[in-house]
Design a protein around this ligand. Structure first.
Ligand code: SF4
Length: 254
């Protein structure tokens, strides 16, 4: 599961799959309280999370990250979460407190180096080593990886259900269960894309986390019956043909 702490990011990537640069102000930052409440509801309904990834936007730009890590570390100790990872663009050096918390709770840091802040990414990598943390360094800068071209804000709606069904079935991100702003989605792009692309999600595309008595059953059904979302009509998916250079900046100011 991915937890999005907010879409605020110091990078403005033209092809950001999650449309972070086009996010409405309300999506830039989510409160600690709302994230903890959503997670508490999931845990109280029997959820255990094997792989938990904290992402943004840029999580190291999130001012209450230490509070969140303390909460998540506690859940890990309670056996509710097995592994925690923070995914960063490697451009913001976190405080020593964050490194200490990562060490205490065995949290891994995944650094994507897009050659925009290469020296900083290397500094973070070095600091992870100094603190004895698990860490991975993705050198996008030396063409170790590319991005899928999922499509921009102007992509046309695909109306053929069979095409969209197949797109979803083959998509690498369909298993990327994401919690964002009190909603669960099958994919991290799907929640924010409706704001950026101006469409309305269908009933059943997202599961709203709430304390309603039927929630446990709704959750079970939602996880068991994965289906394509309205967002998939406005997306290229990942058919491995449209690869693009990562993190090309559009220089938008926010
Ligand atoms: S095809 Fe659907 S599941 Fe895949 S990235 Fe696009 S919106 Fe997400």
């Amino acid at each position: 599961m991915v937890l999005c702490v907010g879409q605020a990011c110091n990078f403005k990537c033209r092809n950001c799959g999650n449309f972070a640069p086009y996010s409405p102000r309300s999506a830039l930052r989510y409160s600690i309280k709302s994230m903890e409440e959503s997670l508490d509801i999931l845990f109280s309904n029997g959820c255990k999370i094997a792989n938990f990834q904290v992402q943004g936007g840029e999580p190291f730009a999130y001012s209450e990250l230490s509070t969140l890590l303390k909460y998540l570390g506690g859940k890990k100790q309670d056996g509710k979460i097995r592994q925690i990872v923070i995914a960063t663009n490697g451009s913001i050096m976190p405080s020593d407190e964050i490194f200490v918390l990562c060490k205490r709770h065995d949290i891994e840091i995944r650094i994507s180096d897009y050659n925009i802040a290469h020296e900083k990414a290397e500094e973070i990598d070095k600091k992870c080593a100094e603190f004895g943390l698990k860490h991975i360094f993705y050198a996008f800068s030396s063409l170790q990886g590319q991005w899928y071209d999922l499509g921009g804000t102007d992509i046309k709606r695909e109306s053929d259900d069979e095409v969209v069904k197949r797109r979803f079935k083959l998509c690498d991100f369909r298993g990327c269960l994401t919690l964002e702003d009190g909603r669960l989605s099958y994919c991290s792009r799907a929640i924010n894309s409706q704001f950026a692309q101006g469409f309305t999600g269908r009933d059943g595309d997202y599961l709203i986390i709430s304390k309603r008595p039927s929630f446990r059953n709704d959750l079970r059904l939602y996880l068991a019956n994965r289906h394509f979302m309205e967002a998939c009509r406005y997306c290229n998916g990942t058919d491995h043909t449209d690869m693009i250079p990562p993190a090309v900046q559009i220089g938008m100011e926010r």
